[in-house]
Design a protein around this ligand. Structure first.
Ligand SMILES: [Zn+2]
Length: 88
């Protein structure tokens, strides 16, 4: 069991994605995008409470840190992430 890197700044987590589940969907956000929005020095643990679904506006009921679910292929359905660290 890997300890969630909640103290890590978002800039250190480039290449990883957040898997978020809310009542309307399961979605994936690259941490690079989160770093652009929240600031690269923002810690992961500080950014999580600010997450909201852009479709329904709810906070996600489940959040996990995963490696690249798209495996670099655009237009291809998401694959199964190899690494998954639950954050909620
Ligand atoms: Zn939603």
């Amino acid at each position: 069991m890997i300890k969630p890197p909640l103290d890590a700044p978002l800039s250190l987590l480039h290449g990883y994605w957040l898997e978020t589940r809310c009542r309307c969907k399961l979605s994936y956000t690259p941490l690079a995008t989160l770093a652009e929005r929240a600031g690269a020095s923002t810690r992961l643990g500080e950014a999580l409470p600010r997450l909201k679904c852009q479709t329904c506006g709810e906070r996600p009921s489940e959040i996990a840190l995963v490696d690249d679910p798209a495996a670099g292929a655009s237009g291809v359905p998401f694959g199964k992430p190899q690494m998954r660290i639950p954050l909620t």
